[in-house]
Ligand binder design. Structure first.
Ligand code: DUC
Ligand code: ZN
Ligand code: ZN
Ligand code: ZN
Length: 476
């Protein structure tokens, strides 16, 4: 007897689509096949797709964002929104505050997440202080404890690392097997452009995009890839926004480098013109890198189709729009430079790619599953426990109704922000039932699960569990 049987659905993994029933026992997938025996509970999935739960490996929840600014989501609202968008695991960032060690910061993030989550959670570590003690002792100990990925920034005062610091961090990754994600934008070039625009009185949100042009991202992408080549480590280039940065990734791969590329919904669906809205409304679309133009969108779609991108993540980084402590903070009203960077999107990531990608015939269902779940698990050390439908894997499942049509409206979403950048977008297909570890959390769009059902998950060394390890054993 199964605890739960999902009957009559069309299953998809990252490699194949097939009709089958799926039986769950003890929170794990116990059997996949036709005519399975009875379950204590049964779900009729006739006419539906049964997919591995989405894994969003790039989200920001409850992250301190500077004086007077609040992030709109804590772990409760952020994971609830993720869940309703078909996700069962999210990977937010742990950002140490001034003077805090990574270990102390993690303690604080665990405390914020404890008992609050609707999805499983794991943390990336943002490295802001690559001192000898951090690189030599703290990080290796944290990797051994299952925090196996770091993020480094090439932009933002207070976060950015210089090339030597990035190399030193990459070297720690080389020694420990951790994986480094890089935010690629040239801070000095941005500073220069901000100075020019402000001197001309060009301070509206649109100037955010003008001061972070493609060249700034392309150069930093090239530099990050070169540093990874020198350090002989794989690297993740996060939130790639345009074709020129993609070409850098292609060239590095042609040289034999292992590069994981990530893009996000904003680079497929938005352009810099969205930053031009009346009365500072463009602030709603301020994120970094900024959305670009139609040619960049088309390039990113090509990257989704052809494999330049392995990961499609939301980069959910929510601030409230009509809020003194959000996008419309008093200083942000004086210059785009003070508008917090980031937009919400954890709930709309999967429906947008399903509708615009799968339903419009740009990608097939296995590619959708790879981009939204399997590759995230493989890349960050959660596979094969997560990211696939296989016997023994966690029963983390999203049941998609491909006939469900809706127009995205923030009023229907579950995050803590007060707008969606995709308001008014018509989509076809929605994950109407979501199952976490065998528990039905959302059914036909209604919340059944309890907060706290989502657990912290430690991770193994990235890439090692997949069929193609990132680092081959070298002989001599
Ligand atoms: N980088 C991110 O990854 N997210 C939001 C803002 C940023 O610059
Ligand atoms: Zn970033
Ligand atoms: Zn200008
Ligand atoms: Zn981000």
């Amino acid at each position: 007897m199964f605890d739960l049987v999902i009957r009559g659905g069309m299953l998809s993994t990252a490699s194949e689509v097939f009709a089958a029933d799926l039986g769950i026992v003890g929170g794990r997938i116990a059997q996949i096949g036709s005519g399975l025996g009875a379950g204590a509970r049964e779900i009729d999935a006739e006419g539906k797709y049964v997919l591995p739960g989405g894994i969003d490996s790039h989200v920001h929840f409850a992250q301190p964002s500077g004086e007077g600014i609040d992030m709109a989501d804590d772990f409760e609202s952020g994971t609830r929104s993720a869940l309703f968008g078909g996700n069962t695991t999210v990977l937010p960032f742990c950002l140490p505050e001034e003077g805090q060690s990574l270990r102390e910061a993690l303690k604080a993030y665990h405390a914020k997440a404890q008992g609050q989550c609707y999805t499983d959670v794991s943390f990336h570590l943002i490295v802001t202080d690559p001192s000898e003690a951090v690189l030599g002792q703290d990080l290796p100990a944290l990797v051994a404890d299952g925090y196996t990925s770091f993020k480094v920034f090439m932009t933002y005062e207070g976060l950015r690392l210089n090339d030597g610091q990035i190399l030193a961090t990459l070297d720690t990754a080389r020694r420990t097997g951790a994986l480094v994600m890089v935010h690629c934008e040239n801070e000095d070039a941005i500073r220069y452009l901000i100075g020019r625009h402000e001197a001309e009185g060009d301070v509206a949100p649109r100037a955010h995009a003008s001061t972070r042009p493609v060249a700034v991202e392309r150069e930093a992408t090239h530099r990050a890839l070169s540093l990874a080549e020198v350090a002989e480590v794989p690297i993740v280039i996060v939130h790639v926004s345009n074709g020129e940065a993609m070409e850098e990734i292609g060239r590095a791969r042609a040289r034999g480098q292992k590069v994981i590329g990530e893009t996000c919904p904003q680079y497929l669906m938005l352009t810099a013109r969205d930053l031009e809205g009346m009365d500072w409304e463009g602030a709603k679309f301020v994120c970094s890198p900024p959305p670009r133009d139609e040619a960049a969108q088309a390039a990113c779609w090509r990257g989704i189709e052809t494999g330049v991108f392995d990961l499609f993540s939301s980069d959910h980084c929510p601030f409230r729009y009509a809020d003194e402590r959000g996008k419309l903070n008093p200083r942000g009203r004086t210059s785009f430079r003070h508008i917090p960077n980031g937009i919400p999107g954890v709930e709309t990531r999967l429906p947008i790619l399903f509708s615009e990608g799968v339903m419009k015939g740009r990608i097939d269902l296995p590619r959708f599953v790879a981009l939204t779940s399997t590759n995230h698990a493989r890349t960050y050390g959660l596979y094969p426990q997560k990211g696939t439908l296989a016997i023994g894997a966690d029963a983390d499942i999203a049941i998609w109704d491909p006939a469900h049509r809706r127009t995205i409206a923030h009023a229907d979403l579950h995050d803590g922000s007060d707008y969606s950048p995709y308001e008014g977008l018509a989509v076809t297909g929605w994950p109407t039932t979501v199952i976490l570890g065998g528990r039905v959390m959302v059914e036909d769009g209604a919340l059944l699960g309890q907060k706290g059902a989502g657990q912290y998950r430690s991770r193994s060394i990235p890439g090692m569990a997949g069929p193609t390890p990132f680092r081959q054993e070298t002989t001599g």
